[in-house]
Design a protein around this ligand. Structure first.
Ligand code: SAM
Length: 286
């Protein structure tokens, strides 16, 4: 059924539809993307903010719907993204601020929201080459941690992120926000612990697992000879024995003070920048 003929339905202005009603079925579908199951079933997710939408489109991600606030109408970059959305067969909606607030569940929403098709990199397609660093996360729970790790992996020049076991969703609004756009630049894969172990055995990588009981100082490890996969443990329970015993090195970051461990995202950052220290230089910065 065409939404244009409903009472609460959008009004078509050129190729842009105007929507002011929260009861509009398209808006309801977009709002439903805050639910993980709906994201999985539809294979889509939301990203807020013009910068993220531009990054995603430029990196070739498929946009299904571009939503922007009336106040953003006529802004050249918004118009350009709207034209690209229409050209690729997507829908463009011009909405009231009230509608944007309800979509993003924020009082002061961003002016632009994009609905994109998600992308998972199949584990079997990951064949790390020398000089590559991947980060694998065991059952990461916190969306803020995952987003921060994806952003940090991007900044450290890592090649991608492998999620092992039951994890939080990289395509949730919270995680996407925390990645600051890096979710569009970093391949993300997922695997059961068994799949990950089987993959590791034939991938020709050095698996450096971090563990509070690790016996090797993380600064003494050889990160140069083989491609490296850094494996991080779950926030609450750390790395299970099943994964720890597959490691080529069990690394520890020496600590002082009262804290018994580092935050997962902080420990991930320390590890990635150490593993890539020989590959990072200021002169090569973007
Ligand atoms: N209670 C958990 C435990 O016993 O492992 C603490 C987990 S810690 C918050 C989350 C993860 O960060 C750990 O599993 C490990 O991968 C990494 N981590 C944190 N501090 C570390 C350190 N000093 N050395 C090595 N890894 C560390």
């Amino acid at each position: 059924m065409s939404h244009e003929h409903r009472d609460n339905g959008p009004r078509r202005v050129g190729q842009v539809k105007e929507v002011t009603s929260l009861a509009n079925p398209i808006i309801k579908d977009i709002k439903a993307l805050s639910d993980k199951k709906t994201r999985e079933q539809s294979g889509t997710f939301m990203a807020e903010g013009l910068k993220l939408v531009i990054d995603a489109i430029e990196l070739g991600w498929t946009i299904r719907t571009l939503v922007y606030a009336k106040a953003a109408k006529g802004k050249p970059l918004v118009e350009q993204m709207a034209a690209k959305t229409v050209a690729s067969g997507g829908l463009v909606l011009e909405v009231s601020e009230k509608v944007l607030s309800s979509i993003t569940r924020r009082d002061n929403p961003q002016m632009v929201v994009g609905v994109f098709e998600n992308r998972w990199k199949p584990l079997r397609d990951i064949r790390p080459a020398k000089g590559e660093t991947w980060i694998a996360l065991d059952r990461v729970r916190d969306p803020g941690n995952l987003g921060t790790i994806i952003r940090t992996a991007d900044a450290a020049g890592a090649s991608g992120v492998i999620l092992v076991g039951e994890t939080t969703d990289p395509f949730s609004l919270e995680t996407v926000r925390a990645t600051m756009g890096s979710v569009f630049a970093m391949p993300v894969s997922r695997a059961t612990p068994e799949e990950f172990i089987a993959w590791k055995k034939q991938a020709g990588v050095s698996l450096v697992a971090t563990h509070l009981a690790g016996s090797v100082d993380y600064r003494t490890i050889d990160y140069k000879t083989k491609p490296v996969v850094i494996l991080m443990g779950n926030e609450q329970s750390g790395l299970p024995e099943q994964l720890a015993r597959e490691a080529d090195a069990l690394a520890r970051i020496p600590q002082q003070g009262l804290a018994d461990s580092l935050n997962l995202a902080v420990a991930s950052a320390v590890m990635m920048f150490e593993a890539r220290r020989h590959l990072l230089s200021l002169t090569e910065a973007k």
